[in-house]
Ligand binder design. Structure first.
Ligand SMILES: Cc1cc2nc3c(=O)[nH]c(=O)nc-3n(C[C@H](O)[C@H](O)[C@H](O)COP(=O)(O)O)c2cc1C
Length: 730
């Protein structure tokens, strides 16, 4: 919804918005130029002083005006000559005729009304509304992507279009919000939508005496020239006419003979608000603000172009489902839970096969579940599992929404997962349980597909066909993810002597073939995952990254596993050898922003991302590392680097535990238990705990940490729920 609210006005009104923004940016330079050109108004000068000086040159003076840019102009009709002239506020000397250049007038008209009169003015108003919607929804989308409003200043990662769009958007958003809000107000004023109290000219009785010299009139002497908006002169042929003096405070009528103020009409609240809004929008009289707003406007064409690229890419990536019957007419609804998109491929295949068998099929993301979906004759749910058995992106809201909707269609759930994860297809199981609990009859028992197995999928199709009373042949082979080649630049081997060989592998992008220049690594942070596809296999294996792109290498720690296809391949790789890899973001496993202490806990190869976090800690935030290995002599990974980090204060303290230490082995959880008071104090200070390594270690660590945090009135689920306890466990 938020994304649609962002994309729709952007696409429909892009051209108009670009015109408004570019003309606005061009106009924004004017106040600075005016400011350079306009002579300063002397502090002590009064309206009467200037009126006397100018009327000496122009006997037919009809008005003196201070323009928004601070310059003073006078209108006169001296019998033979008439016109509008700029004058020096200090001396009243003429500075030449006042005129707005044709170009400025053209740009202003284009900005206000697209040169199309009232219809154009209305379009400009709609444009301001669209810009407001785009600014608000854009900021909300960015906050969601970066992990909340507090994370809005975090580095933005992704494709160049994503980064340009996000970086420019957040730089420009305040200016665009201000311009669109004030523009909207001014538009509403143009169309009379802002209620104004009508100005009533008070009835006055002028003295009717002989007009005194203007320089002597007390009411005009009392007003500093700086405060003048406009002074209207009386008609010389009408002895009862008066001076009209306008300032920010309101309008007063001044007797031409006595110089007495006859009546005052104070400025209304709306007048004052209009004044402020006009200054905020045009920057007239506030040239620095004008330039800031102008700069924000220049971002709009780039935002429009990059936004278009992002929208087109998302559309192209969206699974294309032929003959997607509207949900209300469908007899069969397929709901899909996916993060990496591969489950959509299976769903598309199922959709096509069921349609070919004569069903009316509707397919949608699980997050979109609605009453119409639950009103169908049958519901088929295909979902992947992520993290610690959690929902994938397109199913995050499913269970909560399901609970609020009516309907109990017969249902079947097919889980997609990986048997190597301890919570194999856990989310699919949760969905099946929720459907059972609400009383949906089971069309089929819940089934699991391991690592996108085409055979298991086809078998489930046959079972489903049997339940539906017809043949159903499903055949789908998941596309391998798009990979990039990386070259092994260096390796260090540890732990052979103690039976746990672990290699630190550093990869670089291949050199440009023609120029020999170093290639560019993809964008990643320490803690993200790299998927590596071993030769002769379609299934990627994931490793946690120990470096970020800024380090210039992609670094991982790989433990050799008996019979492991990928770890054997990686341990056998010689420098210069190539792998095919892709990055998968892992934003959940990352140090939180701020200066609160970090407690990093790991064992074995789990030190990889933790070492990466320490390396990135140039600001010297308090970081305490607990790590367990087997032998200090054989598998103390990163020993030298960590010693250097301690000296440079990137690392505050290091506690190691070696299980095969000849002087009595210990595990990382033993160090935690021994350090309980110190750790408790760190948690009390708001520390975040990040754990990386094998499952058994992680469980032992939770058992050791529980008594540490209990006396603070905390527990690990609570810390987990607010992101202060995060795990990357395998
Ligand atoms: C970071 C990550 C975590 C995963 N966690 C689990 C898990 O806990 N349980 C499981 O069965 N599968 C897990 N998987 C495997 C995916 O569920 C499986 O690859 C699925 O086919 C992906 O489908 P998708 O491409 O539609 O998202 C995980 C995969 C990744 C990359």
């Amino acid at each position: 919804m938020l994304r649609r609210l962002h994309a729709l006005p952007g696409l429909v009104l892009a051209l108009g918005l670009i015109v408004t923004a570019v003309t606005g940016a061009a106009l924004s330079v004017q106040p600075a130029l005016d400011r350079l050109a306009a002579p300063a108004i002397p502090f002590a000068a009064s309206v009467a002083d200037l009126a006397a000086q100018v009327s000496a040159r122009h006997p037919g003076l009809s008005a003196i005006r201070q323009r928004a840019d601070g310059s003073i102009t006078v209108a006169f009709d001296d019998g033979g000559a008439r016109g509008v002239e700029r004058v020096d506020p200090a001396t009243g000397a003429g500075l030449g005729p006042y005129q707005v250049s044709r170009t400025t007038r053209f740009i202003t008209d284009l900005h206000r009304s697209f040169l199309a009169g009232d219809a154009g003015r209305a379009a400009a108003g709609i444009g301001a509304l669209a810009m407001l919607a785009l600014s608000v929804s854009g900021a909300a989308l960015l906050a969601r992507r970066l992990g909340g409003a507090r994370a809005l200043l975090r580095p933005i990662r992704g494709t160049p279009a994503q980064r340009w769009h996000g970086e420019l958007g957040r730089l420009a958003v305040a200016g665009l919000l201000l311009s669109s809000l004030t523009g909207l107000w001014m538009s509403a004023g143009t169309f009379g939508l802002i209620l104004e109290t009508p100005a009533i000219t008070p009835a006055v009785t002028p003295s009717g005496g002989t007009p005194a010299p203007v320089g002597t009139l007390a009411a005009l002497k009392a007003v500093p020239l700086q405060d003048l908006r406009e002074l209207g002169f009386p008609d010389p042929s009408d002895p009862t006419d008066v001076f009209t003096l306008r300032t920010a405070a309101g309008e007063s009528l001044v007797d031409a003979a006595t110089g007495v103020t006859l009546a005052v009409t104070p400025a209304t609240m709306v007048d004052r608000v209009n004044d402020v809004i006009r200054t905020l929008h045009t920057g007239r009289g506030a040239w620095m603000l004008a330039l800031v707003l102008g700069l924000a406007s220049t971002a709009v064409p780039v935002l429009a172009a990059t936004g278009l690229v992002l929208w087109a890419r998302r559309r192209a990536a969206r699974p294309r489902i032929a003959a997607n019957v509207p949900a209300r007419r469908a007899d069969t609804v397929i709901l899909v839970g996916s993060e990496g998109n591969s489950t959509w491929g299976f769903a598309t295949n199922l959709h096509a096969a069921l349609t070919a068998a004569g069903h009316l099929v509707h397919t949608a993301a699980m997050n979109e579940v609605s009453a119409a979906h639950l009103g169908a004759q049958r519901l088929l749910v295909l979902t992947a599992t992520y993290g610690e058995g959690a929902a994938p992106a397109s199913a995050h809201h499913f269970l909560a929404r399901l609970a609020r909707l009516p309907g109990r269609p017969p249902a079947a759930v097919l889980g997609f997962g990986d048997r190597n994860f301890p919570r194999f297809c856990r989310f699919a199981q949760e969905v099946a349980d929720a459907l059972d609990a609400r009383g949906c009859p089971r069309l089929l028992p819940m089934k699991r597909v391991d690592r996108r197995s085409p055979q298991e999928f086809a078998q489930w199709g046959r079972d489903l066909g049997a339940a539906l009373g017809h043949d159903l042949e499903l055949s789908h082979v998941a596309e391998p993810p798009k990979t990039t080649p990386l070259v092994l630049a260096g390796r260090e081997l540890y732990g052979e002597a103690v039976g746990t060989p672990v290699a630190i592998l550093r990869f670089q992008a291949p050199q440009e073939p023609r120029t020999g220049a170093p290639g560019r690594l993809p964008a990643f942070e320490a803690g993200d995952l790299v998927g590596i596809v071993p030769p002769g296999d379609a299934m990627p294996r994931f490793y946690s990254l120990a470096s970020s792109t800024r380090d210039g290498v992609l670094e991982i720690c790989v433990r050799l596993r008996a019979g492991g296809l990928c770890s054997t391949f990686l341990h056998g790789l010689a420098p210069g050898g190539t792998i095919n890899a892709f990055i998968r973001e892992n934003p959940a496993f990352r140090p939180a922003q701020g200066r609160a202490p970090l407690i990093l806990i790991g064992a074995g190869a789990g030190i990889g991302p933790l070492a990466g976090f320490v390396r990135a800690n140039a600001a010297g935030r308090p970081v305490h590392l607990y790590w367990g290995g087997r032998s200090a002599a054989s598998d103390f990974l990163y020993a030298h680097e960590l010693a250097q980090h301690l000296a440079e204060k990137r690392l505050t303290s290091l506690r190691t535990a070696f299980s095969r230490d000849p002087e009595g082995g210990a595990y990382v959880q033993d160090r935690i238990a021994a350090d309980a008071p110190r750790l408790r104090e760190l948690v009390r200070q708001g520390a975040q705990i990040l754990v990386c390594g094998g499952r058994d270690m992680a469980e032992a660590v939770t058992r050791a940490l529980d008594p540490v945090v209990r006396p603070l009135g905390l527990d690990l689920p609570t810390l987990k729920s607010c992101g202060r306890y995060v795990e990357d466990v395998y």
